[in-house]
Design a protein around this ligand. Structure first.
Ligand code: BGC
Length: 805
């Protein structure tokens, strides 16, 4: 592997799904899995293409119940390109051999390289067909980063030692379904209807269809051309647009076949209809070389703004993660009404839904692509009305955001989920994760602090923040006995605890994460209200009928929410300490992998709700969101002393009781341990870096990447190791270098508050020093706040500062 190439050697059917996810190509508008072009969907291969924001809702009956699910649609497959050989060239020559396929034909060599710098997937294979003929293939694939409606596939065919003919069938296939996740196969996955294929001109064919209930019109047009081929023949059926071509081969000669595809949907702006737009676009598209040149150029520009310079293997993995983040959320995404899909545009797990994961993605984007963050925040704003309706339906004021969101912002969390271990469909109560609202609020604040975008904060940001605060204020109920406010009947980030053991109703009470973040939201909302210019404050308070009494109530709740403690540690929720201790060693010995402890216990007729066992960081998430000083202050506001010893005990407590059933978990733990300067930090960080590439959750990466986890690894370098914060108008740094990185030099550039001449504000850590470079401009100097001192760095200046030990 070089620093910019992600490579796979050999063909391994068992690894195919994983490689397809990790070699997916996308441009923020659509993405296509890295499946081999000659393979269609089966047990081994799954060539999915997904368009950001293209959802469809269908109903299914499972376990005797009718349930509706909204899926990110697997749109027609533009990849298919298969090939076969025969000796001789004329009509009476030998018959065609079979279509070559890695599972039925001998594949002598196979290599895939994902070129991260240029966004190209290269593949080289040598097939030996049953007639003993060798066919060498080199294929280059791109999903265009400059024109987000185009994709292209170049295939070079070389016959090393025989003369004859090769036939290539290039097509677009609308027979695809959403069947990429085995657990969902009991659900209806047919989303495409009214398919129609046609031919525009001798060399351009097209296919169009609609989604079944959301009625999104989709059109793909393509042309296939070859050096030296017989004219293309079109052989369309209703569900497949097909172009067929044949070319003679000579020993050692290479013939190149290019396929270029345009994809449009009725969601696209500035088009009259998708079919016309797709045909028009493909007709005017340059050849592969031209497309490649503009595609490379667009990637160069992205990397200039995003590059992280970390040495060694970790650096390569981080670059791969960054590559996938940028393919899911690129400047093209900024044109769309979409949120942050938890599994990228890379597969069908979680149905393309939007969870709280933007909490882990936006901090990175804010400091490099704020123009992408902002529309992602707007996605939530456009669904504010829906969140208000959801709150009202639940009997509350304010806005209650859904745990899983899709097209229109209604709650998309499934009400039943399958435990593949027991085969049982079980009630799913995870929609009670109302803490997602605090994540929406936190992201507004983070964006504002990183960008200084007051216009956003005072307009949409403020309205949303106030409505979320209002929800928390209404949701919290005063408990006379405790003399505190309580938020009861929720689920925290740890999804293992969705009810008290044997309880009739779901939900747990006083989840510390939910209550502390609610207190934070209430505090920020009041602060913002005070800081708004008078006309805007008036406008907003009139609009949402806000009165002074409400502000007082918010203050009271923000100081008196109940946060339980036990044995000197913060309790995950009220009554947590009464749960049984799990015999972790016994489970580790008995089961290969205990990450999904919930499934193991349920399959044994037990319930994880009975135990002090967490799926993922819950209380410790507080250490991810807030610096130690901020957390101490928040707890002090709530009337608790959170000193370092209490926090360290809390970290130990949950560290020993977490199974890491979510990829987010190891990273959040790695982050918290790094910030707490603990020796185990590197173990978590290192393991977490391997999360997707080694598919540590056993098969889940093949169903889509874990976008949040990938983004945290980037942010771990950017903010976790450096202690970087953007607050109170300054850049705060408090590096906590891991011993494993001592001596290593790593750096990155930020786009901070409009400073982005050159590569932006450059930060480099090296042996107890940090150097900061601010690009020349007429902007104000930057205040850098190090532990115990503040330093000004003016535009055009570079300073190297010693860090305290
Ligand atoms: C985690 C959630 C996360 C979701 C999507 C779940 O397994 O528990 O915290 O939001 O995956 O990534």
């Amino acid at each position: 592997m070089t620093e910019w190439a992600w490579e796979y050697e050999g063909y391994d059917p068992s690894q195919e799904r994983l490689r397809e996810s990790l070699c997916a190509l996308g441009n923020g508008r659509f993405a296509t899995r890295g499946a081999l072009a000659e393979c269609s969907a089966d047990q081994i291969h799954y060539p999915g293409t997904y368009v950001a924001g293209c959802y469809d809702r269908v109903a299914s009956t499972v376990a005797g119940r009718r349930i509706e699910n909204e899926d990110m649609v697997n749109v027609p497959n533009w990849l298919p390109l298969r090939f076969r050989c025969r000796d001789g060239t004329g009509p009476g020559e030998s018959a065609w051999g079979p279509w070559l396929h890695p599972d039925t034909t001998r594949i002598l060599e196979h290599r895939q390289v994902l070129h991260l710098g240029s966004g190209l997937l290269e593949r080289r294979s040598r097939y030996a067909d049953p007639g003993g003929r060798l066919l060498d293939i080199r294929q280059l694939r791109l999903v265009h980063m400059a024109d987000p409606h185009l994709a292209s596939l170049r295939t070079e065919f070389t016959t090393p030692d025989w003369a004859g003919e090769v036939e290539v069938e290039s097509s677009i296939d609308a027979t695809v379904r959403n069947v990429g996740v085995p657990r969902y196969r009991g659900l209806d996955g047919r989303h495409l209807v009214h398919d129609l294929a046609g031919t525009e001109s001798p060399d351009i064919a097209w296919l169009c269809c609609r989604t079944r209930t959301s009625d999104v019109r989709l059109a793909l047009a393509f042309h296939t051309s070859a050096t030296d081929a017989t004219p293309v023949r079109c052989l369309n059926t209703r569900t497949r647009a097909v172009q067929l071509l044949q070319f003679p081969t000579q020993p050692g000669r290479t013939v190149t076949v290019d396929k270029t595809v345009a994809l449009h949907t009725s969601h696209d702006p500035a088009i009259s209809d998708p079919l016309h737009a797709a045909v028009d676009r493909v007709r005017h598209a340059p050849g592969f070389d031209g497309l490649l040149a503009s595609h490379r150029y667009a990637w160069d520009q992205l990397w200039r703004r995003a590059e992280l310079d970390v040495p060694g293997e970790a650096g390569l993995i981080l670059r791969l993660h960054l590559f996938h983040v940028l393919q899911t959320l690129s400047p093209h995404t900024a044109e769309l009404d979409v949120g942050v899909p938890a599994r990228g545009l890379h597969g069908e797990a979680y149905r393309g839904h939007v969870f709280w994961d933007e909490l882990f993605v936006l901090p990175y984007l804010n400091l490099h692509f704020p123009e992408v963050s902002r529309p992602l925040l707007d996605y939530r704003h456009r669904r504010l009305e829906r969140a208000r309706l959801a709150a009202r339906d639940a009997g509350h004021r304010g806005a209650m955001y859904p745990w899983q969101s899709g097209s229109d912002g209604r709650e998309e969390t499934q009400r039943l989920h399958l435990n593949p271990r027991s085969g049982r469909w079980l009630p799913d109560h995870t929609h009670l994760q109302q803490h997602v609202g605090s994540a929406v609020a936190y992201n507004i604040w983070q964006y504002w602090e990183a960008t200084g975008d007051v216009g956003f904060l005072h307009a949409k940001g403020a309205e949303r923040l106030l409505q979320i605060a209002r929800f928390w204020a209404d949701r919290a109920a005063y408990d006379d006995g405790l003399g505190r406010y309580r938020i009861r009947g929720v689920v925290g980030p740890d999804e293992y605890h969705d009810a008290y053991p044997d309880a009739e109703t779901p939900g747990i009470d006083d989840n510390a994460y939910t209550s502390v973040t609610a207190a934070w939201v209430l505090t920020r909302a009041r602060e913002l209200l005070g800081a708004l210019p008078e006309p805007r404050r008036r406008e907003l308070t009139e609009r949402i009928a806000f009165d002074g009494g409400e502000a007082e109530l918010w203050r009271d709740i923000a100081h008196r929410l109940y946060v339980p403690f036990h044995k000197g540690v913060i309790s995950q929720f009220d009554g947590y300490e009464t749960l049984a201790e799990l015999d972790w060693d016994a489970y580790r010995t008995r089961c290969d992998d205990i990450r999904r402890l919930d499934r193991i216990l349920e399959a044994e007729g037990d319930s994880v709700n009975r135990f002090q066992a967490s799926k993922q960081a819950d209380v410790l998430m507080l250490g991810y969101l807030f610096s130690p000083a901020d957390l101490t202050a928040l707890f002090a506001q709530l009337g608790h002393t959170l000193d370092d010893a209490t926090w360290q005990r809390t970290v130990d407590h949950y560290l020993q009781r977490t199974s890491h059933g979510s990829t987010l978990s190891g990273l959040v733990h790695g982050w918290v341990l790094t910030r707490a300067r603990r020796a185990e930090a590197w173990k978590f960080v290192h393991e977490a870096l391997l999360g997707d590439i080694a598919d540590v959750l056993g098969g889940t990466t093949g169903e889509g990447i874990h976008l949040g986890a990938m983004a945290i690894t980037l942010d771990l370098v950017q903010r976790g190791l450096t202690g970087l914060q953007t607050r109170d108008g300054a850049l705060w740094l408090d590096p906590a270098p891991l011993p494993e990185l001592t001596g290593a030099s790593y750096g990155f550039a930020l786009r901070y508050r409009g400073h982005w001449g050159g590569w932006g504000v450059g930060l480099r850590m090296r042996r107890g020093r940090v150097s900061i470079t601010v690009p020349a401009s007429d902007r104000a100097a930057i205040t850098v706040q190090l532990p115990g001192r503040a330093v000004m760095v003016r535009p055009g200046q570079s300073r190297e500062l010693m860090l305290p030990d």
